[in-house]
Design a protein around this ligand. Structure first.
Ligand code: UT7
Length: 329
Protein backbone atom coordinates (compact mmCIF):
# COMPACT_ATOMS: atom_id res chain seq x y z
CA UNK A 1 0.00 0.00 0.00
CA UNK A 2 1.30 3.44 -0.92
CA UNK A 3 2.08 5.79 1.93
CA UNK A 4 -0.41 8.73 1.95
CA UNK A 5 0.96 12.24 1.42
CA UNK A 6 -0.08 14.94 3.90
CA UNK A 7 -1.64 18.04 2.38
CA UNK A 8 -2.58 21.42 3.79
CA UNK A 9 -6.28 21.66 2.93
CA UNK A 10 -7.29 24.85 4.79
CA UNK A 11 -5.75 27.86 6.54
CA UNK A 12 -7.04 30.11 9.31
CA UNK A 13 -5.55 33.06 11.13
CA UNK A 14 -6.14 35.59 13.84
CA UNK A 15 -4.43 38.80 14.91
CA UNK A 16 -5.63 41.02 17.77
CA UNK A 17 -7.16 44.39 16.86
CA UNK A 18 -4.85 46.58 18.94
CA UNK A 19 -1.95 47.98 16.90
CA UNK A 20 1.38 49.03 18.38
CA UNK A 21 3.03 51.30 15.81
CA UNK A 22 6.63 52.46 15.53
CA UNK A 23 5.37 55.91 16.55
CA UNK A 24 3.87 54.43 19.73
CA UNK A 25 7.24 52.81 20.49
CA UNK A 26 9.02 56.16 19.96
CA UNK A 27 7.17 57.33 23.08
CA UNK A 28 8.18 54.25 25.09
CA UNK A 29 11.89 53.71 24.30
CA UNK A 30 14.79 55.54 22.64
CA UNK A 31 14.02 54.58 19.04
CA UNK A 32 12.45 55.98 15.91
CA UNK A 33 10.26 54.90 13.03
CA UNK A 34 13.00 55.36 10.43
CA UNK A 35 15.47 53.11 12.33
CA UNK A 36 12.91 50.35 12.88
CA UNK A 37 11.68 50.38 9.27
CA UNK A 38 15.13 50.46 7.68
CA UNK A 39 16.68 47.85 10.05
CA UNK A 40 13.75 45.43 10.26
CA UNK A 41 10.97 46.33 7.79
CA UNK A 42 8.42 46.54 10.62
CA UNK A 43 5.84 49.37 10.79
CA UNK A 44 3.39 48.01 13.35
CA UNK A 45 2.52 44.87 15.31
CA UNK A 46 -0.66 43.53 16.94
CA UNK A 47 -0.97 43.18 20.71
CA UNK A 48 -3.42 41.02 22.66
CA UNK A 49 -3.96 43.41 25.48
CA UNK A 50 -7.26 42.31 27.06
CA UNK A 51 -6.61 41.00 30.59
CA UNK A 52 -7.28 37.30 30.98
CA UNK A 53 -6.63 36.53 27.30
CA UNK A 54 -3.87 34.10 26.37
CA UNK A 55 -2.33 32.35 23.38
CA UNK A 56 -5.20 29.84 23.24
CA UNK A 57 -7.64 32.74 22.73
CA UNK A 58 -5.88 33.59 19.46
CA UNK A 59 -5.50 29.97 18.34
CA UNK A 60 -9.22 29.28 18.84
CA UNK A 61 -10.56 31.78 16.24
CA UNK A 62 -7.82 30.73 13.79
CA UNK A 63 -8.91 27.08 14.03
CA UNK A 64 -12.63 27.97 14.03
CA UNK A 65 -12.08 29.72 10.68
CA UNK A 66 -10.79 26.40 9.30
CA UNK A 67 -13.76 24.49 10.71
CA UNK A 68 -16.13 27.01 9.08
CA UNK A 69 -14.36 26.86 5.72
CA UNK A 70 -14.36 23.05 5.70
CA UNK A 71 -17.83 22.74 7.23
CA UNK A 72 -16.19 20.43 9.74
CA UNK A 73 -17.33 19.34 13.19
CA UNK A 74 -14.61 19.91 15.85
CA UNK A 75 -15.19 16.29 16.93
CA UNK A 76 -13.64 15.19 13.62
CA UNK A 77 -10.23 16.59 14.63
CA UNK A 78 -7.86 13.75 15.55
CA UNK A 79 -4.97 15.76 16.93
CA UNK A 80 -3.91 19.36 17.65
CA UNK A 81 -0.23 20.26 17.60
CA UNK A 82 0.38 23.70 19.04
CA UNK A 83 3.74 25.38 18.33
CA UNK A 84 4.36 28.10 20.89
CA UNK A 85 6.89 29.57 23.32
CA UNK A 86 4.15 31.46 25.14
CA UNK A 87 1.84 28.70 26.36
CA UNK A 88 -1.17 29.77 28.45
CA UNK A 89 0.54 28.05 31.39
CA UNK A 90 3.79 26.09 31.76
CA UNK A 91 1.51 23.07 31.87
CA UNK A 92 -0.93 21.70 30.85
CA UNK A 93 -0.26 22.05 27.14
CA UNK A 94 -2.02 24.88 25.33
CA UNK A 95 -3.12 22.32 22.71
CA UNK A 96 -5.41 20.61 25.21
CA UNK A 97 -6.83 23.97 26.37
CA UNK A 98 -7.55 24.84 22.73
CA UNK A 99 -9.22 21.44 22.20
CA UNK A 100 -11.46 22.07 25.21
CA UNK A 101 -12.39 25.58 24.05
CA UNK A 102 -13.34 24.52 20.51
CA UNK A 103 -15.09 21.29 21.52
CA UNK A 104 -12.56 18.95 19.89
CA UNK A 105 -13.47 16.22 22.33
CA UNK A 106 -12.01 13.39 20.24
CA UNK A 107 -8.62 15.05 19.76
CA UNK A 108 -5.39 14.42 21.56
CA UNK A 109 -2.79 17.14 21.47
CA UNK A 110 0.50 18.51 22.65
CA UNK A 111 2.69 21.61 22.46
CA UNK A 112 5.89 21.79 20.50
CA UNK A 113 8.57 24.25 21.55
CA UNK A 114 10.99 25.30 18.84
CA UNK A 115 10.64 29.10 18.99
CA UNK A 116 10.42 30.70 15.54
CA UNK A 117 10.82 27.30 13.84
CA UNK A 118 7.97 25.85 15.88
CA UNK A 119 5.38 25.88 13.11
CA UNK A 120 7.78 24.27 10.63
CA UNK A 121 8.71 21.50 13.08
CA UNK A 122 5.04 20.98 14.01
CA UNK A 123 4.02 20.83 10.34
CA UNK A 124 6.57 18.10 9.70
CA UNK A 125 5.47 16.21 12.81
CA UNK A 126 1.79 16.45 11.84
CA UNK A 127 2.59 15.36 8.29
CA UNK A 128 4.22 12.20 9.60
CA UNK A 129 1.09 11.28 11.56
CA UNK A 130 -0.92 11.57 8.32
CA UNK A 131 1.73 9.68 6.31
CA UNK A 132 1.60 6.84 8.84
CA UNK A 133 -2.04 6.35 7.90
CA UNK A 134 -3.18 6.51 11.53
CA UNK A 135 -4.80 9.95 11.49
CA UNK A 136 -6.93 11.88 9.00
CA UNK A 137 -7.48 15.38 10.40
CA UNK A 138 -4.63 17.14 12.14
CA UNK A 139 -4.61 20.79 13.16
CA UNK A 140 -1.19 22.45 13.30
CA UNK A 141 -1.36 25.85 14.95
CA UNK A 142 1.45 28.35 15.48
CA UNK A 143 0.60 30.92 18.13
CA UNK A 144 2.49 33.35 20.28
CA UNK A 145 1.53 36.12 22.63
CA UNK A 146 5.00 37.64 22.56
CA UNK A 147 3.77 40.72 24.41
CA UNK A 148 3.58 38.47 27.51
CA UNK A 149 7.36 37.97 27.53
CA UNK A 150 8.60 41.29 26.16
CA UNK A 151 10.11 44.05 28.25
CA UNK A 152 8.67 47.26 26.78
CA UNK A 153 11.65 49.23 28.13
CA UNK A 154 14.14 47.09 26.13
CA UNK A 155 14.49 48.53 22.63
CA UNK A 156 16.51 45.51 21.49
CA UNK A 157 13.40 43.30 21.63
CA UNK A 158 10.23 45.37 21.99
CA UNK A 159 10.42 46.81 18.48
CA UNK A 160 10.46 43.38 16.86
CA UNK A 161 7.79 41.14 18.32
CA UNK A 162 4.00 40.97 18.00
CA UNK A 163 1.09 38.65 18.81
CA UNK A 164 -0.86 36.37 16.47
CA UNK A 165 -1.98 32.89 15.51
CA UNK A 166 -2.16 30.89 12.29
CA UNK A 167 -3.38 27.36 11.73
CA UNK A 168 -3.58 24.75 8.98
CA UNK A 169 -5.54 21.55 8.54
CA UNK A 170 -3.52 18.53 7.42
CA UNK A 171 -5.36 15.71 5.65
CA UNK A 172 -4.33 12.80 3.43
CA UNK A 173 -3.76 14.11 -0.08
CA UNK A 174 -6.05 12.98 -2.87
CA UNK A 175 -3.31 13.46 -5.52
CA UNK A 176 0.45 14.01 -5.59
CA UNK A 177 0.20 17.46 -3.95
CA UNK A 178 1.15 18.02 -0.32
CA UNK A 179 4.19 18.18 1.91
CA UNK A 180 7.05 16.82 -0.18
CA UNK A 181 10.27 17.28 1.78
CA UNK A 182 11.77 18.94 4.87
CA UNK A 183 15.22 19.68 6.19
CA UNK A 184 15.10 20.50 9.90
CA UNK A 185 18.05 21.45 12.09
CA UNK A 186 18.93 22.52 15.61
CA UNK A 187 22.02 23.63 17.51
CA UNK A 188 21.53 24.15 21.24
CA UNK A 189 24.81 26.03 21.59
CA UNK A 190 22.84 29.00 20.25
CA UNK A 191 20.81 29.15 23.48
CA UNK A 192 23.07 31.87 24.91
CA UNK A 193 21.90 34.40 22.34
CA UNK A 194 18.11 34.11 22.50
CA UNK A 195 16.34 32.86 25.63
CA UNK A 196 14.43 33.61 28.82
CA UNK A 197 16.79 33.41 31.76
CA UNK A 198 14.40 32.62 34.60
CA UNK A 199 11.18 30.75 35.20
CA UNK A 200 12.46 27.36 34.03
CA UNK A 201 13.93 24.55 36.11
CA UNK A 202 17.42 26.01 35.73
CA UNK A 203 16.45 29.22 37.52
CA UNK A 204 12.95 29.14 38.99
CA UNK A 205 11.22 32.50 39.28
CA UNK A 206 11.86 34.46 42.47
CA UNK A 207 11.26 38.05 43.47
CA UNK A 208 14.89 38.69 42.53
CA UNK A 209 14.58 37.21 39.03
CA UNK A 210 11.46 39.27 38.42
CA UNK A 211 13.14 42.45 39.70
CA UNK A 212 16.04 41.71 37.33
CA UNK A 213 13.51 41.31 34.49
CA UNK A 214 14.76 37.80 33.81
CA UNK A 215 11.26 36.59 32.95
CA UNK A 216 11.45 38.56 29.69
CA UNK A 217 12.95 37.45 26.37
CA UNK A 218 16.61 38.28 25.95
CA UNK A 219 18.18 38.54 22.51
CA UNK A 220 21.69 39.34 21.33
CA UNK A 221 20.34 40.62 18.02
CA UNK A 222 23.51 40.91 15.96
CA UNK A 223 24.67 37.35 16.68
CA UNK A 224 21.23 35.87 16.00
CA UNK A 225 21.07 37.93 12.80
CA UNK A 226 24.34 36.47 11.49
CA UNK A 227 23.29 32.87 12.18
CA UNK A 228 19.78 33.50 10.82
CA UNK A 229 20.97 34.96 7.50
CA UNK A 230 23.25 32.01 6.87
CA UNK A 231 21.04 29.30 8.39
CA UNK A 232 17.82 30.16 6.59
CA UNK A 233 19.49 30.80 3.22
CA UNK A 234 21.68 27.66 3.38
CA UNK A 235 18.88 25.29 4.33
CA UNK A 236 16.54 26.70 1.67
CA UNK A 237 19.22 26.33 -1.02
CA UNK A 238 19.96 22.77 0.21
CA UNK A 239 16.26 21.87 -0.04
CA UNK A 240 16.08 23.12 -3.65
CA UNK A 241 19.22 21.23 -4.61
CA UNK A 242 18.06 17.99 -3.00
CA UNK A 243 14.82 18.19 -5.00
CA UNK A 244 16.54 19.17 -8.28
CA UNK A 245 14.78 22.54 -8.29
CA UNK A 246 15.97 26.08 -8.97
CA UNK A 247 14.41 29.42 -8.02
CA UNK A 248 12.53 29.35 -11.35
CA UNK A 249 10.58 26.27 -10.21
CA UNK A 250 9.42 27.91 -6.98
CA UNK A 251 6.16 29.88 -6.98
CA UNK A 252 6.34 31.19 -3.41
CA UNK A 253 8.81 31.56 -0.57
CA UNK A 254 7.14 31.72 2.85
CA UNK A 255 9.92 32.98 5.11
CA UNK A 256 9.87 33.49 8.86
CA UNK A 257 9.23 37.21 9.41
CA UNK A 258 12.03 38.25 11.77
CA UNK A 259 13.81 40.87 9.72
CA UNK A 260 13.33 42.01 6.13
CA UNK A 261 17.09 41.83 5.58
CA UNK A 262 17.14 38.11 6.53
CA UNK A 263 14.19 37.48 4.17
CA UNK A 264 15.95 39.31 1.30
CA UNK A 265 19.16 37.32 1.84
CA UNK A 266 17.24 34.02 1.66
CA UNK A 267 15.32 35.05 -1.47
CA UNK A 268 18.55 36.17 -3.17
CA UNK A 269 20.31 32.94 -2.33
CA UNK A 270 17.41 30.96 -3.86
CA UNK A 271 17.42 33.18 -6.95
CA UNK A 272 13.84 34.29 -6.34
CA UNK A 273 12.19 37.47 -7.58
CA UNK A 274 10.76 39.69 -4.85
CA UNK A 275 7.19 39.15 -6.16
CA UNK A 276 7.43 35.50 -5.15
CA UNK A 277 8.23 36.25 -1.52
CA UNK A 278 5.47 36.54 1.08
CA UNK A 279 6.18 39.53 3.30
CA UNK A 280 3.79 40.82 5.97
CA UNK A 281 6.38 41.77 8.59
CA UNK A 282 5.44 45.44 8.16
CA UNK A 283 2.00 44.88 9.69
CA UNK A 284 2.52 42.07 12.23
CA UNK A 285 6.23 42.18 13.19
CA UNK A 286 7.72 38.90 14.36
CA UNK A 287 4.95 36.70 15.78
CA UNK A 288 7.39 33.80 16.41
CA UNK A 289 5.50 30.53 15.73
CA UNK A 290 2.69 32.32 13.89
CA UNK A 291 4.65 34.02 11.08
CA UNK A 292 4.50 31.20 8.51
CA UNK A 293 0.79 30.32 8.82
CA UNK A 294 -0.11 34.04 8.95
CA UNK A 295 1.64 34.44 5.57
CA UNK A 296 -0.34 31.49 4.16
CA UNK A 297 -3.49 33.08 5.61
CA UNK A 298 -2.81 36.45 3.98
CA UNK A 299 -1.89 34.90 0.62
CA UNK A 300 -4.39 32.01 0.55
CA UNK A 301 -6.50 33.50 -2.25
CA UNK A 302 -3.42 33.86 -4.51
CA UNK A 303 -2.24 30.26 -4.12
CA UNK A 304 -3.00 27.75 -6.87
CA UNK A 305 -3.17 23.97 -6.83
CA UNK A 306 0.26 22.57 -7.72
CA UNK A 307 2.22 25.70 -6.71
CA UNK A 308 5.69 24.89 -5.41
CA UNK A 309 6.10 26.59 -2.05
CA UNK A 310 9.13 26.71 0.23
CA UNK A 311 8.55 27.52 3.91
CA UNK A 312 11.71 28.54 5.77
CA UNK A 313 12.41 29.55 9.35
CA UNK A 314 15.16 30.33 11.83
CA UNK A 315 14.81 30.92 15.54
CA UNK A 316 15.82 30.46 19.14
CA UNK A 317 17.64 27.29 20.06
CA UNK A 318 19.01 27.69 17.48
CA UNK A 319 16.41 25.89 15.38
CA UNK A 320 15.94 26.21 11.66
CA UNK A 321 14.72 24.48 8.55
CA UNK A 322 12.87 24.52 5.25
CA UNK A 323 9.91 22.56 3.89
CA UNK A 324 8.78 22.02 0.31
CA UNK A 325 5.03 21.96 -0.25
CA UNK A 326 3.02 21.41 -3.42
CA UNK A 327 -0.14 23.41 -2.73
CA UNK A 328 -3.17 21.13 -2.74
CA UNK A 329 -6.13 23.46 -3.48
O1 UT7 B 1 12.93 35.44 15.14
C1 UT7 B 1 13.91 34.81 15.90
C2 UT7 B 1 15.26 35.12 15.43
N1 UT7 B 1 15.54 36.52 15.58
C3 UT7 B 1 16.07 37.20 14.58
O2 UT7 B 1 16.26 36.65 13.52
C4 UT7 B 1 16.46 38.62 14.85
C5 UT7 B 1 17.86 38.87 14.33
N2 UT7 B 1 18.37 40.17 14.67
C6 UT7 B 1 17.92 41.33 14.11
O3 UT7 B 1 16.93 41.33 13.40
C7 UT7 B 1 18.70 42.58 14.35
O4 UT7 B 1 19.94 42.25 14.94
C8 UT7 B 1 17.98 43.66 15.22
C9 UT7 B 1 16.81 44.23 14.46
C10 UT7 B 1 17.54 43.03 16.52
C11 UT7 B 1 18.96 44.81 15.52
O5 UT7 B 1 19.44 45.34 14.30
P1 UT7 B 1 21.00 45.51 14.06
O6 UT7 B 1 21.15 46.09 12.72
O7 UT7 B 1 21.69 44.20 14.35
O8 UT7 B 1 21.36 46.61 15.15
P2 UT7 B 1 22.55 46.60 16.19
O9 UT7 B 1 22.17 45.85 17.39
O10 UT7 B 1 23.82 46.25 15.49
O11 UT7 B 1 22.62 48.12 16.54
C12 UT7 B 1 23.05 49.13 15.57
C13 UT7 B 1 22.92 50.49 16.20
C14 UT7 B 1 23.58 50.59 17.57
O12 UT7 B 1 24.07 51.91 17.71
P3 UT7 B 1 25.61 52.26 17.43
O13 UT7 B 1 26.38 51.42 18.40
O14 UT7 B 1 25.88 51.88 16.00
O15 UT7 B 1 25.67 53.73 17.68
C15 UT7 B 1 22.44 50.37 18.52
O16 UT7 B 1 22.68 50.96 19.78
O17 UT7 B 1 21.54 50.81 16.42
C16 UT7 B 1 21.31 51.05 17.81
N3 UT7 B 1 20.00 50.50 18.15
C17 UT7 B 1 18.85 51.16 18.01
N4 UT7 B 1 18.56 52.42 17.60
C18 UT7 B 1 17.28 52.79 17.57
C19 UT7 B 1 19.72 49.25 18.57
N5 UT7 B 1 18.41 49.09 18.73
C20 UT7 B 1 17.84 50.27 18.38
C21 UT7 B 1 16.50 50.72 18.33
N6 UT7 B 1 16.27 51.98 17.91
N7 UT7 B 1 15.46 49.93 18.66
Amino acid sequence: MNKPTAAITAVGGYVPETKLTNFDLEKMVETNDEWIRSRTGIEERRILKEPGKASSDMAVPAIQEILRKKNMDPKEIDCIICATVTPDMTFPATAVIIADKIGATNAWGFDLSAACSGFLFALSTGAMYIESGRFKNIIVVGVDKMSAIIDYTDRATCIIFGDGAGAVLLQPSTDENGIKDSILKSDGSGRDFLHIKAGGSLKPATIETVMAKEHYAFQEGQTVFKFAVKGMADVSAELLERNNLTGDDIDWLVPHQANLRIIDATANRMGLAKEKVMINIQKYGNTTAATLPLCLWDWESKLKKGDNIVLAAFGGGFTWGATLVKWAY
